[in-house]
Write a protein that binds this ligand. Sequence first.
Ligand SMILES: [Zn+2]
Length: 182
Amino acid sequence: MCIRDSYVPADLVQPRVALAVSGEAELLNRTTAAAAERMFAAAAAAGVTMTLASGYRSYATQTATYNGYVSARGQAAADTASARPGYSEHQTGWAFDIGDGGGACSFQPCFAEQPAAVWAKANAYRFGFVVRYPLMLHPITGYYYESWHLRYIGVEAATDMKKRGIGTLEEYFGLKAAPGYP
Ligand SMILES: [Zn+2]
């Protein structure tokens, strides 16, 4: 789903959590920020270090990132590594990536085995979050497993998905599997 290129959430704020970024990427919309603060605090209370690795991403930043991949590796490779401009959930302020303060596995497949990801997979729903791109469900979501990428949908919906064992928002909301780019 493409977001209008001019769309900027009106209520971007910096959550009071451990930050592993600066600039626009430390921002989330107000609802997501408040839920993130509750989740990060609960993780810390469970002895799990969690950092905000990337939040809001403007259309301009998406364009620069995507074009960088295209010039380095070509468009086909770029499309597997980066959302096209206007297609990133990060532009909405409702999604963010977590880190664990270490960094060796940040944004890598091995992050899935780190305590922050293991804890988030088991507990994020209690704060209204889903792991948006689960393992092996890329034919439905259009993205390979991102154990670090969380999306806010509210406690009620996230809990319902968990209870019913539904892995993707596409299935939960009855949407078509992610189509290719137009
Ligand atoms: Zn992400």
